[in-house]
Design a protein around this ligand. Structure first.
Ligand code: BG6
Length: 486
């Protein structure tokens, strides 16, 4: 099956921090791929903006090197690469001073009919300042867009401060807050599965759903990012944004239309309906050392750190649909597999005519975000053959890559879709300011409770499923985490 690609309007995309890691690893490769499939027009301009003085040729060389590294020389098409590099331009800009802004302004004024977007791939401490300079220099027009990415604040107060600084220069409809999880194919598929099929929605409530598990497990540690991570922890780094978004999309009411504010209004209602967390609803962990691999404390260089590299949460949504159905969230580093999935477990049939059915786990819908994006439905059937009515549970498996014929290089990267959505002016997959603030308002109190308790995260072995206490969290409700195996 060939997906149809609709080219976007021509654009001028200014990337602040164009020589940085995110730009090299994600942004340029994504744009290259969109050009290769014909979605990015060949007359689009990608203007790198960074502190270093550099000629256009040097900049093109640095981007070309990044593409060789992150896409792979063998996968690059010489003609597409030439066209792509010809789209690149560079301006040396002092984000904290006045140098370079008028040069950028003049370049952009050459093409007033192009979509104008600014991607701030820089330290978050620079977001407000760059927004203000763009505004003061008259470079930010009423239709231009600004793109920022987490961390969007460190707590509610700092998120509010950031939102109000941005709103002095840009309207909400111009602000694109990326959560790259929303760009993942299966996350969007979650909406399609729920709202384009009549099958699931009637069962999608606490009458039929016993509990929901959302797991984002990683095998990597925090090496190399220790300073950032130790000031954040799993709660701020993953739960406040990625897991929260997954929770919202799983639990929200059907929006009246598939439009940015209709979808975001429904997500916001879920965040606001979450009960406050108590200490007993959470388990925090820190990975131990194993062999030559250091522990979390070694990796962040602070033997006293109380920051969590793992967290498990039992959340309750106080609304008509979900009252009585716990949502368990868990995420951590150095776990036994790299796996992101949502498991919706249904209640047992109200009456059983098969004695063995009690031992069955029951129906479950497993939505895999990564790896092998797809969905699996766990159903109970009769074990084939003679020997009486024995029941077994089997997976009805649909891996999207198989079902859709695959795309050769796999599904489009989250950033490919998100950047194209910025150009198209579609904010559906971006977080609104009030959503971000509501998410902070939910996580801030429990972070404070942890701090006040003076307790330390529980140690867990690398390659495990996290601290044993996280199994007790679900176990005390009679539920079991799915194993993290890949
Ligand atoms: C980032 C976090 O937002 O998401 C990282 O800061 C984490 O700590 C990453 O590793 C996970 O993203 P993905 O797409 O690899 O699951």
């Amino acid at each position: 099956m060939v997906s149809s690609v609709i080219p976007v309007h021509t654009f001028d995309l200014v990337i602040f921090g164009a020589t940085g890691d995110l730009a090299h690893r994600k942004i340029f490769p994504s744009l290259y791929r969109r050009l290769a499939v014909g979605q990015m027009p060949a007359d689009a301009r990608i203007i790198g903006a960074a502190r270093s003085k550099m000629s256009r040729t040097e900049f093109r060389k640095s981007v070309s090197d990044a593409l060789q590294k992150y896409i792979g020389a063998a996968k690059l098409d010489a003609d597409v690469l030439d066209t792509f590099l010809a789209c690149l331009d560079y301006v040396a800009i002092d984000a904290k001073g006045t140098g370079g802004w008028s040069v950028l302004g003049k370049k952009l004024d050459e093409r007033e009919d192009a979509v104008r977007a600014f991607y701030l791939s820089v330290a978050p401490s620079l977001f407000s300042e760059i927004a203000q300079r763009l505004y003061d220099a008259g470079i930010a027009t009423p239709s231009s867009r600004i793109v920022i990415e987490k961390p969007l604040g460190h707590d509610l107060a700092s998120a509010q401060e950031l939102n109000s600084a941005l709103s002095r220069c840009f309207d909400e409809h111009q602000i694109y807050r990326i959560d790259h999880y929303l760009g993942k194919e299966t996350v969007q598929n979650l909406m399609a599965i729920r709202f384009a099929n009549a099958l699931f929605e009637p069962l999608w409530n606490s009458r039929y759903v016993e509990h929901v598990q959302i797991t984002v497990a990683e095998t990597v540690g925090v090496n190399g990012r220790g300073a950032y991570y130790d000031a954040s922890g799993a709660m701020r780094d993953m739960v406040q944004n990625h897991l929260m978004q997954l929770l919202c999309l799983t639990a929200m009411e059907p929006p009246s239309r598939f439009e940015p504010d209709a979808v975001r209004d429904e997500k916001l209602k879920i965040i606001r309906a979450l009960d406050p967390l108590t200490l007993g609803d959470t388990v925090r962990g820190q990975y131990r050392a194993a062999g030559k691999e250091g522990s979390y404390l070694d990796h962040v260089g602070d033997p006293q750190s109380k920051t969590e590299s793992f967290v498990a949460i039992r959340a309750h949504i106080s609304n008509w649909r979900w009252s009585g159905t716990p949502f368990y969230l868990r995420t951590g580093k150095k776990l036994s597999g790299r796996l992101s999935e949502i498991v919706v477990t249904f209640r047992h049939p109200p009456h059983t005519i098969f004695p063995q059915v009690e031992q069955q786990k029951g129906n479950a819908l497993i939505i895999r975000l990564q790896p092998d994006e797809g969905i699996t439905m766990r159903v109970t059937i009769k074990d084939p053959g003679p020997g009486g009515m024995r029941l077994v549970e089997v997976p009805m498996d649909m891996t999207f890559a198989d079902a859709l014929g695959g795309h050769g290089d796999g599904m489009p990267e989250a950033y490919e879709r998100l950047i194209m959505d910025v150009i198209r002016g579609d904010q559906t997959l971006f977080m609104r300011g009030d959503e971000v603030e509501a998410a902070w308002a939910w996580v801030d109190p429990i972070i404070q409770i942890w701090k006040d308790s003076g307790s330390r995260p529980l140690p867990y072995d690398p390659g495990s499923g996290g601290p044993i206490e996280s199994y007790k969290l679900t176990g005390s409700d009679g539920h079991l985490w799915r194993e993290i195996t890949v």
